[in-house]
Design a protein around this ligand. Structure first.
Ligand code: PLP
Length: 403
């Protein structure tokens, strides 16, 4: 970049803010990134240079690469891209979505802290909150009607450290009001943490709506289901402190190979999300009219449709669920009759996927907890891919006809 610039050029630079679609390719880039495509820095440790520099790096007084458990050039490049897409000051890439949530919970709520969480969660997170964190002395209160803001307020305690919400939620696709939740958390002086895995920054940027921290499972839409990874995003001070404490000594780092895969898929995120949304709407409309379907769980239907549209105007993403008429037997029949949908426990791939949440992804929840979270034995979860939606509809139609 030229060193001395005229006033006009400087003003132009200030006004030129890259659009989101450009950020997915260029976001977070610096002039130090000499490779068009990220090189994979498959290395454990970096040369310290001098005695003094080593001390400063370890003390966090100087920024630089130390050891790939703490930071790595390929992972750093991904972190800059993620932060720019999310509108965050900084990002920390982790080995998985679960490690991001576990790490953040321990960091924020250690030594007897309390979490107020929506009960509409991916089963693994529910289990972490219900069974695992309490073993470490961290307690969690689940809000059983997360649409009721007073229920969040009632669940607050003096030792609450943060409010946690998955938005939209897996698998029933609840869409909550981030601004309202952030205002409620802040009224108690607490943080709002949002798991934005299903939205991705292509559809929502919770930090811009008042959330304090965003977590992602990158293993889903972000990475097109190719490899496992996660991220924590927020203020630089929090991310830097997290990196040099629980992250550095806990070790849930992302491999540089995976970071390169995520960087590559980030370049197509917005276009892919658009296709997922469009296909999901087509499939949801078909299912809503089908006589063997009791209920479609997608935000374009039901009493909350208008609110959901206001909260997610760019679309609701590619995940949905539906209840077949009957019970687990009928759901199984449909699942086993699908030909194009892969039977797999993931979300956000180009190929469409199906699973029975009550016995798999959410199998750690008790029957009554499942019922309260809106999941029945007849619920099937679909991750709608990017195939021609007519083929997906044909496949679902022939499978439903088997009942
Ligand atoms: N958050 C949500 C909403 C998820 O759906 C999942 C996994 O399904 C996770 C977190 C955990 O992510 P990972 O599988 O990358 O650990």
């Amino acid at each position: 970049m030229a060193k001395s610039k005229g006033k006009k050029a400087k003003k132009q630079d200030k006004e030129w803010r890259l659009k989101p679609k450009t950020l997915e390719i260029h976001g977070g880039g610096t002039l130090a990134d000499v490779d068009l495509r990220p090189s994979v820095h498959r290395v454990t440790a970096f040369s310290m240079g001098s005695f003094d520099r080593a001390r400063k790096l370890f003390a966090g007084e100087e920024r630089g690469f130390i050891y790939s458990r703490i930071n790595n050039p390929t992972v750093d490049r991904l972190e800059r891209r993620l932060a720019s897409l999310e509108g965050a000051e900084a990002a920390l890439a982790t080995s998985s979505g679960m490690s991001a949530i576990q790490l953040l919970s321990m960091y924020l709520a250690h030594s007897g802290g309390h979490i107020v969480s929506s009960n509409r969660l991916y089963g693994g997170v529910f289990h972490l909150f219900r069974d695992m964190l309490p073993k470490l002395g961290i307690s969690v209160t689940f809000v059983e009607n997360p649409y009721d803001i007073n229920a969040w307020k009632k669940a607050h305690r003096p030792n609450t450290k943060f409010f946690h919400v998955e938005n939209p939620s897996n698998p029933v696709i609840d869409v909550f009001d981030m601004k309202e939740l952030a205002a409620t958390a802040h009224s108690f002086g607490k943080l709002l943490v949002v798991d934005s895995t299903l939205a991705t920054p292509a559809l929502l940027q919770p930090l811009k709506q008042g959330a304090d921290v965003v977590v992602h499972s990158l293993s889903k839409f972000y990475g097109n289901g190719e490899v496992i990874g996660g991220a924590v995003l927020g203020k630089k001070e929090l991310i830097d402190d997290l990196r040099l404490t629980w992250f550095r000594d806990g070790g849930p780092c992302m491999s540089p190979d995976n970071a390169a895969v995520f960087l590559s898929h980030a370049e197509s995120l917005f276009g892919r999300m658009k296709e997922h949304c469009k296909n999901a709407v087509a499939v949801a409309n078909f299912l809503a009219r089908h006589r063997k379907v009791k209920k479609v769980l997608y935000p374009s239907f039901g009493p909350r449709a208008r609110a959901a549209k206001r909260l997610m105007p760019k679309g609701f993403g590619g995940l949905m669920a539906f209840e077949v008429k009957g019970g687990a037997k009928e759901a199984r029949m449909v699942l086993e009759s699908l030909k194009l949908f892969w039977h797999a426990p993931n979300i956000g791939e180009s190929r469409s996927l199906v699973i029975h949440p009550a016995t798999t992804t959410h199998g750690q929840m008790l029957s009554k907890e499942l019922a309260k979270a809106g999941i029945s034995p007849a619920t099937l979860r679909l991750s709608i891919g990017r195939e021609d939606p007519l083929d997906l509809i044909y496949d679902l139609g022939q499978a439903l006809d088997k009942i």
